[in-house]
Design a protein around this ligand. Structure first.
Ligand SMILES: NC(=O)c1ccc[n+]([C@@H]2O[C@H](COP(=O)([O-])OP(=O)(O)OC[C@H]3O[C@@H](n4cnc5c(N)ncnc54)[C@H](O)[C@@H]3O)[C@@H](O)[C@H]2O)c1
Length: 374
């Protein structure tokens, strides 16, 4: 068990986690289990092959798990009624911009109605005290300007994915005001994270998995938008934000029921090219090139920055890793798996411990060891 930990809030708590078979969901399930939570998962089958869910044996760390659809409102409501969770993290979504151009209806159904179905299910059980909906940095109306987006900037979205997540934000806001006002037992928050990198992601059209696939096959990395700027962060950064936010919601429900950005420091906003070159330096060899037929790629935002002043000032959350450290941790993960077939779950736990230790050394309050019970 991990000793650092969010004031011990998760110890023995019953947690319902959607999207537990995905990249971020698998890491979060593992971290919650290590913090002593009783984790119940609800998601479709792992979206990739290989998957972190299978490789790390996440199923064995869960109290229960269902392969089920968030678009299936009765099944979702039944799951919550049976499990009676105290905390809910909603990560299940169709999360890819390019896939959303191919499947807009599926994207809106999963991301918007999936969120409505989840919140309706939460209304139907009286055990839930904390509910957190994970959206994205892409929920803001992107103006292609140099300023970082703050939580009170207008929502929007050019492509169906971004727009569906802005819609999910509006759903959360309406439910908070209509059904979960400050005096209500449920504290409802949303979390908007940046572009996540880290071991265990094999999604299509994401830059780090694209790099690793190409490097392992000894071919140049296809880079679509080398000049695009993104708020890159290691996967453990937003997850520490989600956990801290949930812990604060648990302690002061009304105060933290709001929308929160979790992104890198200003120095962590790099172009795709800069990120790929950091990764190549860490890997030690390889090259990148624009993919053939580049003119045919659908629109993706050119400039996207996230402002984290609010999370820093009000939650006491702050990023732990620099961009170079985030890339190093990611490359180490894939390298170790590739070279030695290392036990993946142990590798992930080791990375969570190392990250928590760096956070403790940086003086972040969430990472202080939990005092022993008297
Ligand atoms: N990876 C990133 O860079 C990033 C950045 C910001 C926000 N996010 C958000 O974080 C969350 C997790 O993303 P990820 O990167 O782990 O994606 P992922 O594709 O690895 O995982 C998605 C999860 O959702 C599940 N899912 C998809 N459709 C579903 C449905 N209809 N019913 C039930 N389950 C369904 C999948 O089975 C999987 O468990 C998403 O909400 C995503 O929008 C991701």
């Amino acid at each position: 068990m991990i000793e650092h930990g969010f004031g011990g809030v998760f110890q023995g708590r019953r947690v319902f986690l959607t999207g537990h078979t995905g990249f971020k969901g698998s890491w979060l399930a593992l971290w919650l289990a290590e913090l002593g939570a009783e984790v119940h998962g609800y998601a479709l089958a792992p979206p990739t092959q290989p998957s972190l869910f299978a490789e790390a044996g996440i199923e064995s760390r869960l109290a229960s798990h269902r392969i089920a659809d968030v678009r299936d409102a009765p099944a979702l409501a039944r799951a919550l009624r049976e499990i009676q969770p105290e905390l809910v993290f909603h990560l299940a979504a169709q999360p890819l911009v390019r896939h959303s151009y191919a499947e807009p209806r599926e994207t809106y159904e999963a991301n918007v109605m999936g969120t409505v179905n989840l919140l309706e299910a939460v209304r139907g059980v009286d055990t839930v005290r904390v509910c957190q909906v994970v959206t994205t940095d892409k929920c803001y109306e992107n103006r292609e300007w140099v300023y970082a987006y703050r939580e009170n900037d207008p929502l929007g979205g050019y492509d169906p994915y971004s727009s569906s997540k802005a819609c999910a934000e509006l759903v959360v806001s309406a439910y908070r005001r209509s059904f979960f006002p400050p005096e209500h037992r449920v504290s409802l928050a949303s979390a908007r994270a940046g572009n996540v990198i880290g071991g265990g992601d094999w999604a299509l059209d994401r830059i780090v998995p694209d790099c690793i696939r190409a490097l392992e096959e000894e071919r140049p990395i296809p880079v679509r938008n080398p000049q695009a700027v993104r708020p890159w962060q290691h996967v453990l950064e937003p997850l520490s934000g989600y956990l801290l936010l949930a812990a604060r919601q648990w302690e002061e429900p009304a105060r933290f029921a709001d929308a929160w950005n979790f992104g890198p420091t200003a120095a962590g906003h790099l172009t795709v090219r800069e990120l790929v070159e950091l990764l190549l330096a860490e890997w030690g060899e390889g090259a990148w090139e624009p993919p053939p037929g580049e003119h045919a790629t659908p629109h993706e935002a050119g400039f996207l920055k996230l402002d984290i002043t609010k999370a820093h000032n009000l939650l006491g959350w702050y990023p732990v890793y620099s961009a170079a450290e985030a890339v190093r941790a990611s490359v180490e993960w894939y390298r170790e798996r590739h070279d030695s077939g290392a036990a993946v779950a142990e590798m992930c736990v080791r990375q969570i411990e190392a990250y928590s230790e760096c956070a403790r050394q940086a003086g972040l309050p969430w990472a202080a060891p939990v005092p022993a019970a008297v």
